[in-house]
Design a binder for this molecule. Structure first.
Ligand SMILES: *Cc1c(COP(=O)(O)O)cnc(C)c1O
Length: 462
């Protein structure tokens, strides 16, 4: 017999615990959306059929993770669950000190409270919004320096998350190394469309950081997905395993922050890991103040167990092949049908370009919000607007169009099957066919900060 190379990439698991999805009628969805002030954040999850609001903490855990959770050690100090967690983080990242935190932003809070102060600048490819908020909360400037290609939605480039090296050097020359307490790199670049960073770029950033004696931290939330892109797109990595690639990536850095709700495959949790002994001692003191004793840091013993196991499962090549393919599979179907999306598709989500799809709705009448609501009305699908409602409000109270108006459809890990994705493609194509009839929206009630979470709107009719 010859070896058989199937084209179908199957879900690399079988299902032994199921959760029903919730079907609704169009009439029920219309009533639910109206009652929610036309804001999908305010819907009850029971009224949603396929929930793509976020990939954060929404994935399915494995039987091994659940087994670890049942067998966890809930001792306040020195629990064996902590040592399993610490060993797995050290094995994958190589960092000496592992400081647990209840989620990614708590790790950021500890790190930036310890290192950032007024007048400092922290460059990154693109700071995630919680990272930016913690940098700014400590009085420092969060500076985004992604390559120019990373800002163009339909330009194909294998590593659109790369740092602009020339811009980074310029920042160091202008600001001076004394005022740069750290350089960050977000892998994959969440706010930039889940786009990966190449190993060559990680190495280049590291070389600059070391030459200037500036600490270099990785925002590692999607480190496993990034490792897969390096394996499949960068010369010299095809024969390396994702864990070898991840270890090399971390070897160039001085530490990392992590939300275990992403590639930790857990529903909650995170950590800060680093090599500097003095800084680690300082961070542990801050941790005791806000998170808890350094061997649990805001998590239960069973959360530590789930992450200790989950970090390895995220690096399984069969899992990663399926994960990245389920995103590109949807992207391919939409692109073939002429639906404008951000290209190439990234690691955790498909982004629909609502401004291109709905030219009859001006940005200040929120085309991406309209598209998001239409996906819910037609198919019970919940995505999230990343556009003018989220970013358009200026500090002086005026409003201007965001850079792009996108709808992000983020995939929870190991949760939906290919038939769910086929259904999703059908819903999007149906909305695309009806696109000329979608209304703009106006805001009827809003809060001054982060308004998208609680805003209430109404469709503009006539
Ligand atoms: C989710 C995320 C964070 C913050 O993590 P939380 O667990 O939500 O606090 C930080 N950086 C990136 C890139 C993220 O995706």
């Amino acid at each position: 017999m010859r070896e058989f190379h199937p084209k179908t990439i199957i879900e690399p698991f079988r299902i032994r615990s199921v959760e029903p999805v919730h079907f609704t009628t169009l009439e029920q969805r219309e009533a639910a959306l109206k009652a929610a002030g036309y804001n999908p954040f305010l819907l009850r999850a029971d009224d949603v059929l396929i929930d793509l609001l976020t990939d954060s903490g929404t994935g399915a855990m494995s039987s091994r993770q659940w087994a670890g959770m049942i067998a966890s050690d809930e001792s306040y100090a020195g629990a064996s669950s902590f040592y399993r967690f610490e060993a797995s983080v050290q094995d994958i990242t190589g960092f000496k000190h592992v400081i647990p935190a209840h989620q990614g932003r708590a790790a950021e809070n500890i790190l930036f409270t310890a290192i950032a102060k007024k007048g400092d600048v922290i460059p990154s490819n693109t700071h995630f919004d919680t990272t930016r908020a913690h940098v700014e909360h400590n009085g420092a400037e969060a500076r985004d320096q992604v390559i120019a290609e990373g800002r163009q939605p339909r330009l194909i480039h294998p590593f659109k998350g790369n740092m602009d090296i020339a811009a980074l050097e310029k920042t160091i020359a202008e600001v001076g190394r004394e005022r740069i307490p750290a350089i960050m790199l977000t892998v994959t670049n969440n706010s930039g469309g889940g786009q990966p960073v190449s190993m060559a770029n990680v190495r280049a950033v590291s070389a600059i950081a070391r030459a200037n004696r500036i600490p270099f931290y990785i925002d590692a939330c999607r480190f496993a997905e990034n490792a897969w892109f390096i394996k499949t797109r960068e010369d010299g990595y095809a024969d390396k395993s994702p864990i070898e690639i991840a270890r090399e990536m971390f070897s160039y850095a001085d530490g990392c922050t992590m939300s275990a709700k992403k590639d930790g495959m857990a529903n909650i949790g995170g950590f800060l890991a680093l090599n500097d002994d003095t800084l680690a001692a300082q961070c542990r003191n801050l941790e005791i103040l806000t998170e808890g004793f350094p061997t649990y840091g805001g998590m239960a013993g069973y959360d530590l167990e789930a992450i200790a196991q989950g970090l390895y499962e995220a690096l399984d090549p069969h899992y990663l092949r399926y994960r990245i393919r389920s995103i590109s599979y949807l992207g391919d179907r939409l692109t073939a049908a002429g639906v404008p999306i951000v290209l190439p598709t990234g690691g955790h989500a498909v982004y629909l370009d609502a401004r291109a799809m709905l030219p009859h709705i001006t940005p200040t009448q929120y085309p991406a919000w309209s598209l998001c609501n239409a996906l819910y009305l037609v198919g019970g699908v919940r995505g999230v607007e990343i556009g003018t409602v989220m970013f358009g409000m200026q500090p002086d109270g005026t409003e201007k169009a965001a850079t792009m108006d996108l709808v992000r459809l983020a995939f929870p890990r190991r949760t939906y099957t290919q038939s769910h994705v086929d259904y999703l493609a059908e819903v999007i194509l149906e909305v695309f066919a009806q696109r000329d009839t979608l209304p703009g929206y106006r805001i009827v009630q809003q809060s001054p900060v982060l308004r998208h979470f609680t805003v209430r709107l109404e469709p503009i009719t006539g």
